[in-house]
Write a protein that binds this ligand. Structure first.
Ligand SMILES: O=C(O)CCC(=O)C(=O)O
Ligand SMILES: [Fe+2]
Length: 307
């Protein structure tokens, strides 16, 4: 996929161009200005993306009573049925994809075949390696040298299905939000558009399908960890056409257990005082849920000084 492809309105990062200084600069600028970018020449084989998409589609097509066996492991990580707020949307979730037991439980609750389980496991490994690599490159792009900070951070899958009907064209598939964690890799539907990201000026920009590529989003943890340098991109999904849309989101959440999200000393000086009190990812997730602030506003509740 070449850089000039017209499906790319947002920045494009080419994994094969590292360690070029120019690519690091592009990565930093995309992450500061947009908080998202298209990833090309990434490490997930196209055949695996295709196989995973088929598995995901068949799991989301299961009867409701089976999907409901996909229970929460942490708040909001399990099956989400269509709701009042997002009536066209449903999702299954897997926490934590680095745990073979968690993958096994997810598969057995959904009566997945062993072949489907193998595809999920392979995809989980590939997408995990890719997300950690991007996380390291991102830290390097900001001038950090010791970039070992992602070790053991939990990762979550959310597989999304949008039941778009003729009468839903023009309405919302998923309301505006930021992702709560550090980084997200999204395998968006290769045919059906609808995803929109907000630019710096506050305008929604469509992210059109671009087969074979991945989308990377930065979330609230990236904003806090970078002491405000990185942008937690606001995004939503709109229904554009009457057809099923499927996407696969992988979230690298944040430090595990009681470890705090905290800007490293390199990002803090007299001109850039610490913006947020240290917090655990788990507490932040609960705060987002209880405050119902889904578009990054919950971070302002953790400011060191009121903004
Ligand atoms: O379906 C999409 O393209 C976006 C999904 C999303 O934003 C999410 O799962 O957080
Ligand atoms: Fe999202």
């Amino acid at each position: 996929m070449g850089e000039g492809a017209d499906c790319m309105t947002i920045p494009v990062i080419d994994m094969q161009k590292f360690p070029d200084a120019e690519e690091y600069k592009k990565l930093r600028e995309a992450s500061e200005i947009w908080g998202c970018f298209r990833l090309i020449n990434h490490k997930i084989p196209l055949s695996l993306m295709k196989e995973m998409k088929a598995v995901v589609r068949s799991l989301l097509d299961l009867p409701m009573e089976i999907k409901q066996q996909n229970k929460d492991v942490i708040a909001g990580s399990g099956y989400m049925a269509p709701s009042k707020v997002n009536p066209l949307y449903e999702a299954l979730g897997l926490y934590d994809l680095g745990s073979p037991e968690a993958v096994h439980t997810f598969c057995s609750k959904l009566d997945a075949s062993s072949q489907q389980g193998e595809i999920i496991t392979k995809y989980a490994q590939a997408v995990y390696d890719q997300i950690v690599e991007i996380g390291h490159k991102l830290a390097e792009s900001l001038g950090l040298v010791n970039v070992d900070f992602l070790k053991g951070w939990p990762c979550q899958f959310r597989i999304n299905k949008y039941n778009f009907k003729p009468e839903s064209v023009g309405s919302s598939g998923v309301q505006i939000h930021t992702d709560s964690g550090f980084l997200t890799i999204l395998q968006d539907d290769e045919n059906v558009g609808g995803l929109e990201v907000m630019d710096k000026a506050g305008a929604f920009v469509p992210v059109d399908p671009c087969p074979g590529t991945l989308l990377v989003n930065l979330g609230d943890v990236a904003q806090a960890w970078s002491n405000g340098r990185l942008c937690n991109v606001k995004h939503r999904v709109q229904c554009r056409e009457a057809t099923i849309r499927v996407s696969i989101a992988t979230f690298l959440l944040g430090p595990k257990d009681k470890e705090a999200v905290e800007a490293p000393p390199e990002f803090v000086d007299s001109e850039h005082p610490r913006l947020y009190v240290p917090f655990t990812y788990e507490d932040y997730r609960k705060l987002r849920l209880s405050s119902k602030l889904q578009a990054g506003e919950a971070l302002s509740l953790l400011r060191t000084t009121p903004s």
